[in-house]
Write a protein that binds this ligand. Structure first.
Ligand code: PLP
Length: 386
């Protein structure tokens, strides 16, 4: 089997010869299987039934990992991965901004569970070292942050974790393994919301954790006890989505770059955040680490909040909706969606103004997206300071 990602996305995990000569792996809906002599129990909540195994093998191959376990959501993947590493009294270093749900888990629930959390700058090794205590057991980071699409010092953080015996955990939802495989630079556990780009069709909820066979066995053990497993029908749909991952992510990235360049050159736009732009502070790092720059961009209209609201109403192609990574473009203001739970002060400190717009680029024709923005921005004022 080729190791090329595009081929793996279609063929990895597929039994050859095909089962019952079916080109498509079937849905094994059964919850329980006959015990073979000397064998163990195959039971749906243990995540070891045929359709679950098939999907897990495919995902492990795509992340370049020994093993994978699928979960009922991205949050189930993250919370179970962390529970497999941290006991009450342990501490975790969180580097950079993270998704609001994970932030709530670590900022609020963690205290009740007994985990200590130290939030540090993802670009400040002195701060990582200052946060270390004898109780620190893990480090958590996202490969691309939301919504400003920053890329922290991911290689440095993985090295730091290794040097200090920490388990490094990374959320790789934004780039997907098509663009970045964190295990290749030393991350121990990789988590995804498969609800987003891995599935790519905005029609299911799922998650995955990948890592060494030993680490994933521990995650699977916790999952078996806490119960957030993936059902076979959803596993089938996710495996179908994965087969087109490579071409979807490539098309989204090309569209996002074209749109980011267009917006950067538009007089009614004050700033554009996209790691594929030379003007992005992490452009060089992203170019070194990633195979492309992804589907997510953010920007601020020159006319402030009112212009942002006008724009959201005038755009005809994208849906005004949260979430990301689907074949359809989505547009939202993080201040009222993904980051609504933060206070205005917290948002301002994170650089997320009320007028910031996030765009999840779909696979529509780039020229159509640009034409849609052209009509939606027509008549908007040019900023005074440009
Ligand atoms: N990680 C990231 C980066 C996300 O954006 C999200 C959801 O938006 C999650 C994790 C949680 O995923 P799910 O909604 O599948 O639980």
């Amino acid at each position: 089997m080729s190791e090329r990602f595009e081929t793996l996305a279609v063929h990895a995990g597929e039994p050859r010869p095909a089962r019952d000569r079916s080109v498509v792996f079937p849905i094994y809906q059964g919850t329980v299987y006959e015990i073979e002599p000397g064998g163990g129990v195959d039971y749906i909540r243990y995540s070891n039934t045929p359709t679950q195994n098939y999907l897990q093998d495919k995902l492990a191959a795509l992340e370049g990992a020994e093993a994978a376990v699928v979960t009922s959501s991205g949050m189930a993947a993250i919370s179970t991965a962390l529970a497999s590493v941290l006991a009450a009294g342990d501490r975790i270093i969180v580097a950079g901004n993270i998704y609001g749900g994970t932030h709530a888990l670590l900022a609020e629930e963690a205290r009740r569970i007994g985990w200590g959390v130290d939030i540090v700058d993802a670009d400040d090794p002195a701060a990582w070292a200052a946060a270390l205590t004898p109780e620190t057991k893990a480090l958590y980071v996202e490969s691309i942050t939301n919504p400003l699409v920053r890329v922290g010092d991911l290689a440095g953080l993985a090295r730091f974790s290794r040097e200090h015996g920490l388990t490094s955990v990374i959320d790789n939802t934004f780039p997907t393994p098509m663009l970045f495989q964190p295990h290749s630079i030393g991350y121990d556990l990789v988590c995804h919301s498969a609800t987003k780009g891995l599935n790519g069709h905005s029609d299911l909820v799922a998650g995955v954790v990948t890592g060494s066979a030993e680490r994933i066995e521990r995650v699977r053990h916790h999952l078996m006890l806490t119960g957030g497993v993936l059902d076979p029908h959803t596993a089938f749909l996710l495996s179908r989505g994965l087969k087109t991952l490579a071409i979807r992510v490539k098309a989204q990235g090309e569209n996002a770059l074209a749109l980011a360049r267009f917006l950067e050159g538009h007089e009614a736009i004050a700033e554009v955040h996209y790691p594929g732009l030379e003007s992005h502070p992490d452009h060089t790092r992203a170019a070194e680490l990633f195979r492309g720059f992804g589907s997510m961009l953010a920007f601020r209209p020159a006319g402030g909040l009112e212009a942002a609201e006008r724009l959201l109403k005038s755009l005809e192609i994208p849906y005004a909706a949260a979430s990301l990574g689907g074949v359809e473009s989505l547009v939202t203001r993080p201040a009222i969606s993904s980051h609504a739970k933060m206070t205005a002060e917290e948002r301002a400190a994170a650089g997320i103004g009320d007028d910031l717009i996030r765009f999840s680029t779909g696979i529509e024709a780039a020229d159509d997206l640009i034409a849609d923005f052209t009509q939606a921005l027509a008549g908007e004022e040019a900023p005074m300071d440009r």
